[in-house]
Design a protein around this ligand. Structure first.
Ligand code: B3K
Ligand code: ZN
Length: 877
């Protein structure tokens, strides 16, 4: 066994200074790997505090690379206990930072390495770690190097053979990727299992689970008639909460066959739920590992939104089997190749499972709340980034959601048939390969015969395009001219911008008739400006533009008085109709925030019309009357004063609540189905109930509190209960404390519900929230070790625009403290809390200064991780 040479001991190593020693990785520096690893055999002797990992790599020189004799095996926090080359102990290696570099003469060898890890001490939850007595892994993006030394990059694909050995009483279930091939028992209560995955995969898709788990089992017969065994593994007590996830999995498998022609390829598909998990879920080949929040649900503990999220995430991870696993990414800059495309695929699935119109509105709402601010702030980056310090920081709304919008534009331009031909070609051409975004576009082009090269700028240019739109109508001539122009503001590293092709689905609606007087057409704005002529108009036209949100842009429309109100009643595109309502609300909110006296009447009339409509379903009504979030209003102002925005929104809520009390009360008390009914009508009725309750409380807080408490007490489902509590937390009066206590006491032993309890209080819109949040941080049930709990408090608080941006700066200090503390435990999660502190440039001078001070404090903390260093230092520029 070789001795440990250059690796410093973690405990005694001096703390790294908070300096730019963290290297920047650049897309232009990509080189193919010098060595390939066609096969790997792993042997795990598992234990919570001590796991021994023996790995045997068959390595061969890559004929496509110029490489030398050095085989670089990435490692993070690992010590090699032994290195063997072709069966002989080797000394021809050295450590370079965390990496193990082996010198090899020939073209093909077998390299064996032994390491030992401590899963219980792994608080980063990357690599192999312990959670609630079980062992599990997370390897994307660079976690495998915390398990064993390996070329930990997505373009090195290997066939895996894995043996696991463990105490049978503690770990009766042993799972990894692929299919089980042998099992056995050993002396001393040990048992073992050996598995093989026939599909070559990159190391980030490796997974292993060992624990005392029980399965909800089912099966699915694929389109070619193969039976696939399905299992969802959880702790025994959670089994009754797995039925919705199982139904979602089967629906996803069926949908991907029908819509994309994709069939599942192994005989087995496993899902495991874990309560300590850095993100939503992970698409490891044949063994998806999930945050328990995206698996476990019943009507008593999960809201309709939770149920929908489970379907969405189960579908997303399943769809990755093709868009991610069978075809993976060449390098991490291509992340949107799998993520943008897979989000687009899961959006299509959810749209087909419920209301497509409502799903589109929800997706755009999220995009505007999360991605637009990212795209206009210091962390703006293209869908295909050019550089990173820590790749975990690039699992962003830009890569995921804007990436999905980009795929949607391709589909809009090509039409559904050509798009499908393109994706078929992509899967066929690149099956088993690590591909690039350019490869994807080339497949679409080759299959469709359409040149998409102009669209590639959407991959490389950051920032949300701003579109000016004006419709000039000449009643005498019966003509109209649509004048469009585009502008993209500079973003970090991209001071000047090129024009982009922007596909806008556009129609004209007759002001009188309310019908389409110019049918929908796809208007492409591909230069700085564009004019479109309309003729033969017999009545005044209303502009219906960016229908279905066909491009991820902001439209600045010049509107005549009454135009939006009429569109809110008549637009033939549901998204555009919703948009007209939102624009009416924005008009009132922006006037109010700028200190002008807003005219509430147009929105009041539009909301009344919407509520009274017999043709609209309740889910659509709820979305249409939902007022824009304060953070979204802030996006539209040059200088942000959160108190002014809050006051304007409260005033508007009050005006609507008072003027429409009867209509809102009717919607709030409407009943459709039981709490267990998950039909679109039942879910929509519940959603409209709570949205209406929010407006009632805005107009009459005492009546709102009374109704909310009644809704809370009578609820036979979590949607109504959480909805009511979400209103009550922002109100004063005895109902608030009573309901919070009842909620806590009833669900004390259900961690996912207690997360809600923390999140609701951190999101409360009342002056005492800051004190409350500080108290909650010392609550016995609070821990920064568990990502869900940390997000529930810290994430919800950072998103609470008015309270977080308290003029005292206490909110900034609290979040900075949380980031610094969390960074020592789990840098990936800590880094996710940083973005709200990066908005300082947009705020009025006093807050701007206070926020910047706290950001500097974070950036200058000793021993800062790469993750937080990158987010904080970039946010300061
Ligand atoms: N691919 C994973 C995300 C991994 C994040 C690593 N920091 C989940 C998903 O998008 O499906
Ligand atoms: Zn994904």
């Amino acid at each position: 066994m070789a001795d440990v040479r250059t690796l410093p001991d973690a405990e005694t190593a001096p703390e790294a200074p908070p300096s730019p020693t963290h290297a920047t990785i650049r897309r232009e520096d990509y080189r193919p790997p010098d060595w390939l690893v066609p096969e790997i055999a792993l042997n795990f002797t598992l234990g919570i505090e001590r796991t021994r990992v023996q790995s045997k790599l068959s390595v061969m020189r890559n004929p496509a690379a110029s490489g030398g004799a050095l085989l670089r095996l990435n490692g993070d926090d690992l010590k090699p206990l032994g290195v063997w080359v072709d069966g002989q102990t080797s000394d021809a290696w050295e450590m370079d930072g965390g990496d193990l570099v082996v010198t090899l003469d020939g073209d093909a060898h077998e390299v064996a390495i032994e390491t030992e890890i401590n899963p219980a001490a792994n608080s980063k939850l990357m690599g192999l770690y312990a959670s609630n007595g079980m062992l599990c892994t997370q390897c994307e993006a660079e976690g495998f190097r915390r398990i064993t030394f390996f070329p930990d990059r997505p373009d090195v694909l290997s066939k895996y053979r894995v043996r696991m050995e463990a105490d049978e009483a503690k770990f009766p279930i042993l799972l990894t990727n692929g299919n089980p091939i042998a099992t056995g028992k050993l002396d001393g209560g040990l048992h073992w299992a050996e598995w093989e995955d026939p599909f070559p995969k990159p190391s980030y898709l490796f997974a292993l689970v060992a624990g005392d788990l029980k399965a909800n089992r089912d099966s699915f017969t694929t389109m070619s008639g193969r039976k696939v065994d399905l299992a969802i593994w959880v702790r025994e007590a959670d089994l009754p909460k797995t039925q919705h996830a199982m139904g979602s999995l089967k629906a996803s498998m069926d949908w991907d066959e029908r819509v994309y022609g994709r069939e599942y390829d192994l005989d087995l598909f496993n899902i495991v739920a874990v309560s300590d998990f850095n993100m939503g879920a992970m698409e490891n080949k044949g063994l998806n590992i999930f945050n328990s929040a995206y698996v476990l649900a019943d009507p008593d503990t999960a809201t309709d939104v939770d149920f929908d999220n489970i379907s969405r995430v189960v579908a997303h991870e399943y769809f990755h089997n093709w868009s991610g696993d069978r075809v993976t990414c060449r390098d991490w800059f291509q992340l949107s190749l799998k993520e943008g495309f897979t989000v687009f695929r899961d959006q299509g699935f959810s749209a087909d499972m419920g209301s497509a119109a409502v799903k589109r509105i929800e997706d755009v709402r999220i995009l505007r709340m999360v991605q637009f601010p990212e795209d206009s702030g210091p962390l703006a980056h293209p869908v295909r980034p050019d550089s990173y310090i820590e790749i975990s920081n690039f699992y962003t709304a830009t890569v995921y959601n804007k990436g999905a919008e980009l795929i949607r534009m391709f589909r809009t331009v090509l039409g559904p048939e050509k798009f499908r031909a393109g994706t078929d070609l992509y899967f066929e051409r690149h099956d088993g390969q690590a591909a690039t975004c350019d490869d994807f576009v080339k497949s679409l082009e080759d299959a469709s015969g359409v040149d998409l090269s102009a669209f590639k700028i959407w991959y490389s240019q950051a920032g949300t395009p701003q579109i000016g739109a004006r419709l000039d109508y000449d009643p005498d001539a019966g003509t109209a001219t649509l004048l469009l122009d585009q502008r993209v503001a500079p973003t970090p590293g991209q001071p000047s911008k090129q024009t982009m092709p922007i596909p806008l689905r556009t129609a004209l609606i007759g002001e009188e008739s309310g019908t389409e007087i110019a049918p929908e057409q796809l208007v492409m704005v591909d230069g700085l400006s564009r004019e479109v002529q309309f003729e033969g108009l017999k009545e005044a036209p209303l502009l219906s533009i960016n229908r279905g949100f066909s491009a991820p842009v902001v439209i600045h429309g010049s509107r005549r008085d009454g135009e939006l109100e009429r569109l809110a009643q008549t637009d033939t595109d549901p998204f555009a109709r919703y948009e007209a309502m939102q624009e009416l609300a924005f008009t009132a909110l922006l006037d109010g925030a700028r200190g002008e006296q807003p005219d509430f009447e147009p929105l009041i009339r539009a909301v009344r019309n919407t509520l009274q409509s017999n043709e609209l379903d309740p889910a659509f009504k709820a979305e249409a009357i939902l007022l824009p979030q304060e953070a979204v209003v802030a996006e539209r102002l040059e200088v942000v004063d959160p108190d002014a925005i809050h006051a304007a929104r409260e005033q508007l809520r009050a005006a609507l609540g008072m003027a429409l009390f009867d209509e809102l009360s009717k919607a709030q008390s409407a009943v459709s189905g039981s709490g267990a009914d998950l039909s679109p009508l039942a879910k929509g009725t519940r959603r409209l109930r709570t949205v209406s309750l929010g407006l009632i409380a805005g107009g009459n807080p005492a009546e709102g509190a009374r109704l909310a408490k009644a809704q809370f007490d009578a609820a036979d489902n979590m949607t109504d209960r959480q909805g009511a509590l979400g209103i009550l937390v922002s109100l004063d009066g005895p109902e608030r404390a009573d309901a919070l206590k009842a909620f806590h006491d009833r669900f004390e032993n259900d961690p996912l519900v207690i997360d809600k309890w923390f999140a609701l209080q951190a999101a409360a819109q009342r002056p005492g929230t800051l004190d409350e949040v500080e108290r909650l941080a010392s609550h016995p049930a609070f821990t920064i070790q568990n990502p869900n709990r940390l997000r529930a408090l810290g994430g919800s608080f950072g998103a609470n625009h008015w309270v977080f941006n308290d003029a005292s700066g206490r909110g900034y200090r609290f979040l900075a403290d949380l980031v610094i503390a969390a960074d020592k435990i789990n840098p990936q999660i800590a880094a996710r809390l940083v973005p709200p502190l990066g908005r300082w440039r947009r705020f009025e001078p006093k807050r701007s200064e206070l926020m910047r001070e706290q950001l500097e404090r974070v950036a200058n903390s000793r021993g800062l991780s790469r993750d937080v260093y990158e987010q904080a230092s970039k946010s300061l520029v």
